[in-house]
Write a protein of this length. Sequence first.
Length: 76
Amino acid sequence: MKNYLFPVYVMTAVLLIYVTMVTMELSTALILFVFSLSPIGMLWMVYQVLRAEVPVKHTFEERWYEDEQGQGPQAQ
């Protein structure tokens, strides 16, 4: 598993647990506690993903629009 994907998996699990807690109407204090800590986890996840050393094969200018052939800067 890649290091930058670990926070994504953790925060996805936290989200699923949170939704389950709300659906099952568990303790309001526990639900609010998980909710109040979620922004910290989201910041951690975003930081880890943005700082990941992922090799990029194409530049933005090369492949910024890929829906149709003949579109983008190369077609002009």
